[in-house]
Every structure is written in C-alpha cells, then in structure tokens.
Design a protein around this ligand. Sequence first.
Ligand code: 1DX
Length: 181
Amino acid sequence: MYGLVNRALQEFICTHHGEASWAAIRITAGVELEFFVRMESYPDDITYRLVGAACESLCIEPATLLRNFGRHWVLFTGQEGYGSLLDGAGSSLQEILTNLDDLHVRVGLMYPALKPPSFSCSDVREDGLTLHYFSERPGLAPMVMGLIEGLGERFGKTVTIRHSCDRNAGADHDSFDIRIA
Ligand code: 1DX
C-alpha cells in the first residue's frame, strides 16, 4: 500500500500512545524503515506486520484497532490535502459511498500502483443503505466499518452499522447495513 497508509497508522499510534510506543512497535514488526514516503508503494506485508505488532504491544484486538484506524483515515486524509477529493465525491454520506469507486479511479490515475477495493451500494434510502465491499486484501472489514463511521462524523451524522455478510464466515463478499440518523 502507498506510504500514506503507513503514515496514517504512524500518526494514529503516535497520537494515542506516544512516539516511544511507535518506535517499539516498528521494531517488533521488524520494519527497519525509519519513515514512509507518502507517494511510494510498499508491500502490504509491512502494514499488516505493523498492525499485528501494535495490537500485541498495546493489547488491543485487531478488529478494534482497525476500526479506530478507519475513523482516523478519514480525518487524516482530510487534513493531508485530500479533503477536496472526499468533498468532490459527494455532499451526503449516501452519495460519497456510491462514488467511492470513482474516487479511487481518480487517485489511481495519478498513482498507478494503487490497488483499490471496490464498493457498491444497494437499497439506498434517506435513512440508510447497504454497502458492498470487495477487496483483494483480507481482514480489513473492521477498517471499513471505521471508515463509514469517520465519514458519518464528517457529515455530522450518527451511523449504526451491521456487518450483514461476512467473508470470514464464508460469504462471497462483505456487506454492511448502515442506518443514518
Ligand atoms: F469509505 O484495500 C472512505 O495503496 C471510505 O480493502 C473508503 O492500494 C474513504 F499516496 C493518495 C495516495 C498516494 C490518496 F498519494 C491514497 F498515492 C485514497 C486518499 C482513498 C483518500 C486504498 C489507500 C488502496 C491505499 C483499503 C483501506 C482497504 C478507502 C484504505 C480507504 C479515501 C484507501 O478513502 C482495502 C493502496 C489516497 C487516498 C481516500 C486506500 C490503497 C476509503 C476512503 N482505503 C494514496
């Protein structure tokens, strides 16, 4: 994944647990790089190892860490110059979730090593929708739940999410029933 993701993780851990904690996690993960270049592509393995080491060292469940990291990603990218990318994708939660593939096409034009997941929406209503999530990367459904919550915060909405189809439980893809209030 692009360095931007590892940077976001670094900032997330440093903010909540401190620099020393991050340094220890980096070593436990066997990551010798001192820092990540935002626009450079790194093996996914690095990100997974950092998440694994962070969970172990901080005694947090991976699902919990990934969910909070998903929320942080929306905040972080908003601050790192990608706010207009998010704004351009829609002016409501429903619209932005519907346009996520277009958003990733736009980023992918500039950064061809991007391996974006794919999203589609069904049963779109005033008070909610179902989001379908397809990814080459395993285990990141909890992060997607956090991403949805982060977008909800961005729009000042309260979201309630039910993980209605779970690839870990044998479904062919993940889906989330989202209520928006
Ligand atoms: F609901 O892969 C809201 O590297 C959502 O299954 C979901 O393959 C917002 F560094 C610039 C750059 C670069 C901008 F400069 C990424 F190149 C992308 C900014 C998306 C904002 C996907 C990141 C693929 C890297 C992936 C979870 C889970 C998608 C992360 C969240 C808005 C983004 O993001 C999976 C990669 C951006 C950029 C957004 C993503 C890669 C998302 C969302 N993804 C790189």
